[in-house]
Design a protein around this ligand. Sequence first.
Ligand SMILES: Cc1cc2nc3c(=O)[nH]c(=O)nc-3n(C[C@H](O)[C@H](O)[C@H](O)COP(=O)(O)OP(=O)(O)OC[C@H]3O[C@@H](n4cnc5c(N)ncnc54)[C@H](O)[C@@H]3O)c2cc1C
Length: 410
Amino acid sequence: MGEANWDVVVIGAGPGGGSAALHCARLGLRTLVLEDHAEIGTPVHCGECLSEVAVQNLDLELPDEVISLHVKGIRVLFPNEVEKKLTEPGYVLEKHLFERWLIDESVKEGAVFKHSHKVKGLNKKFKLENQFSNWEIVGEGELFPITTKMVIDASGVAGISSKLLQNSNQIEVIAGFQYEMIEVENDGYLDFYIWPKYAPHGYVWMIPKNKGRANVGLVTTEKKGAIKFLDSFISDTYLQNNEKINPPWRMEGKKIKPFGGTIPISGPRNNTIDDGLIMIGDAAGFTSPLFEGGSHLAMKSGKYAAEVAKKSIENGKYSKTDLKVYEKLWKSEFPPYHKILKGKTALYDLSDEELAIMASCMPDEMNGMSIFTKIGVGLKILIKKPSLMKKKAISVLLSFGYSRAKYYGW
Ligand SMILES: Cc1cc2nc3c(=O)[nH]c(=O)nc-3n(C[C@H](O)[C@H](O)[C@H](O)COP(=O)(O)OP(=O)(O)OC[C@H]3O[C@@H](n4cnc5c(N)ncnc54)[C@H](O)[C@@H]3O)c2cc1C
């Protein structure tokens, strides 16, 4: 085998791919990023929230143009209109500009970016004695075929390497859509409505942006009826007289329609590595399963992947066994997915009345609850509706707790 053209090829230019490329380039690796679309970040498939904790954790210095609004945190609204806050500051981004900025930064550090390059095949090449040597990547675009020592799969929910190599389990996904609306009042909180009537097994959001703009959307397992549910929410609530518009990245004159996509919700894939290959972000299934935030996890896993790639390439050892250290890293840092999933299942098992009772037992500010407050909540639930304990109310509360920014919730 001849020398591979690249040290690392990153598939996809979302937040995960951008972060992986930036860190690979900073570490001096010959890095190529391939993006299927002709332009980075559009159509936007994100509510566009990113916490301050994430920005600090990733050492990002966000330029003004990628920030739409500074926000105070999340407000969860329950069916009886009881409201509870999870105050943790953050940003609503202009996400496509943010993703372009990340790639620009990686190019400044020496990475090469190619749009309109769709990866369609991954061929493993071996040295003598059946030892892994490198990857040959094929696809649509003038650069193919491409050879590289390592691949970082940041292809999002498409999970291209798992699909092509069939080397891990399938993941479950949920559909999410939103409209951009205008003249929407806000007090700096992201409003999350756990109102099963409008979002079965999901929630509706109002995510404020600058100049009265807002992303109003939902996630629900009822994919077919999703838009109808969203339209009903808008027409039944304070948003009924607000206008929907096309977001700035969509060509003027086009029919106004919701935008969105699908999000992994069953937790990480059972395998996130292969010989010379690391999966990150949505491609690895890393999204936080209750509120479906994934950008922070995508970028952190991109950073881990870059660090592991650097060391492995330096030592000339990047077989699947050599890359196990990547799985150790994310498993020790990322949230306890099984606990969030258990609580989420319990949450969607509750009736509107039970949800309302549980909410009324919680303090108005849910962030930073002391152990005594948590015990107090448990006791209140026990007194008001003992059967709620059997329905795993504590698991529900834990899943809220593990969906905070500090646990990579957003
Ligand atoms: C409606 C909705 C709302 C959301 N709201 C939020 C939120 O507010 N906050 C948050 O943190 N998360 C949110 N998420 C989740 C978040 O968008 C994702 O978790 C995040 O974008 C994952 O980043 P990624 O880089 O792994 O993948 P992606 O952002 O999906 O990027 C993958 C990239 O790979 C490219 N690609 C795919 N296949 C190929 C191929 N074969 N060849 C080349 N390129 C390819 C794609 O074009 C894309 O550019 C939301 C998701 C949805 C759908």
